[in-house]
Design a protein around this ligand. Structure first.
Ligand SMILES: [Zn+2]
Length: 194
């Protein structure tokens, strides 16, 4: 018994068991993934700013809206740069983009990042396991945020996503191969309806 325990602690304490390295690599991958999404967003903004007075990005409408290359960049970050970890993106009222990775819900975004301006124009997060629907947590999130959040996407793969709008806050349209496949609905208590 003592021997097994000793062995166990030796494993934890040893510097060459690979765990520190694993954490370090994960941190680097997260940083890389976040930068990748940010720069994809900035590229789109730059492209669209042509013709906008004084390059005022707040005048841009719907930057992240149905933007397939942007969605693809987020999906790539979540599944290729990261080993299938959730990526979350928030576009605020100023069209600034905030990215985090590996967390499980909007509430874990570290409350509201400093400088973020309400309302949120778009909240996008991935389900790297490949199914785009709203989980119970997601439903709670949009229910809480619906007065301060205009749109949301959940990404489950290429051409596979759910789209939510606060004008109809109790439903999510789910697309497969970019075509509407079904609508997920829930009541005011967050319980799903048929
Ligand atoms: Zn989710």
């Amino acid at each position: 018994m003592g021997k097994i325990k000793d062995h166990y602690f030796k494993e934890i304490n040893s510097d060459d068991d690979g765990y520190d390295k694993y954490l370090e690599e994960e941190q680097i991958a997260r940083f890389e993934a976040e930068q990748y999404v940010m720069s994809a967003f900035e590229d789109i903004v730059k492209e669209r700013l042509e013709g906008v007075p004084h390059d005022d990005r707040t005048l841009l409408e719907m930057v992240a809206f149905h933007n397939i290359p942007f969605h693809d960049a987020i999906w790539h970050a979540s599944t290729e740069i990261l080993p299938n970890l959730e990526v979350q993106v928030v576009i605020d009222a100023k069209n600034d983009c905030y990215v985090s990775s590996g967390s499980s819900g909007f509430v874990d975004f570290g409350s509201v990042p400093k400088g973020m301006k309400m309302p949120v124009r778009c909240w996008i997060h991935t389900h790297p396991f490949g199914s785009a629907y709203f989980s119970g947590t997601d439903i709670r999130t949009v229910s809480i945020w619906k007065s301060l959040m205009e749109t949301a996407y959940v990404l489950g793969g290429k051409g596979h996503y759910g789209f939510w709008e606060n004008t109809e806050p109790n439903k999510l349209d789910i697309y497969v191969n970019n075509g509407l496949e079904r609508t997920q609905t829930w009541n005011q208590y967050g319980n799903e309806e048929e």
